[in-house]
Design a protein around this ligand. Structure first.
Ligand code: SF4
Length: 124
C-alpha cells in the first residue's frame, strides 16, 4: 500500500520545499498521472504556458543482461538467455552517433554487465 501523496503534491503546489522523505514517497508512488499533473501546473505557473521546450535524446543500451529483475521491466534478459547482447565500449563510441541531432545521450542497460564493463574500462 502506497501512502497518499496528495499532501506532498499540495506542499509542492504551495511552493514549499519537499523533504527527502517526500521525494522518496513520490518516487515510490505508482500515481504518476497526479504527479505529472502537479508538475505541469507548476510548470505553467513558472513559464509562459504557450511555450514548451524539450531536448532530443537517445538511449543507448549497452546490454540487456540484468540481475535486478524490476517488475515493470520488459527489457532485461537474465544472464545466459539466448537473446542477450553486450555492446563493447568501442562499439558504442565508434562515432556512428556523431551525425545525429540529439542533444543528450543516455547510456542505460542491465546492472550486472554494467558493473563488469565499468571494471573492465577502469583497467583499460
Ligand atoms: S534493466 Fe534496469 S529496469 Fe530492467 S530489470 Fe534491470 S535495472 Fe531494472
Amino acid at each position: 500500500m502506497h501512502p497518499d501523496i496528495q499532501p506532498i503534491l499540495d506542499k509542492a503546489l504551495a511552493g514549499e520545499r519537499l523533504s527527502s522523505d517526500d521525494c522518496t514517497a513520490l518516487l515510490e508512488s505508482p500515481d504518476f498521472v497526479r504527479i505529472g499533473l502537479a508538475a505541469d501546473e507548476i510548470r505553467q505557473r513558472q513559464n509562459d504556458p504557450s511555450i514548451v521546450t524539450y531536448i532530443i535524446d537517445r538511449n543507448i543500451n549497452y546490454t540487456n543482461v540484468c540481475n535486478v529483475v524490476c517488475t515493470f521491466c520488459a527489457f532485461y534478459r537474465r544472464p545466459g538467455a539466448p537473446d542477450t547482447y553486450v555492446r563493447s565500449f568501442e562499439e558504442i563510441c565508434d562515432g556512428k552517433w556523431d551525425h545525429l541531432p540529439e542533444q543528450a545521450f543516455m547510456y542505460v542497460g542491465g546492472i550486472e554487465e554494467a558493473a563488469e564493463q565499468a571494471a573492465a574500462m577502469a583497467k583499460a
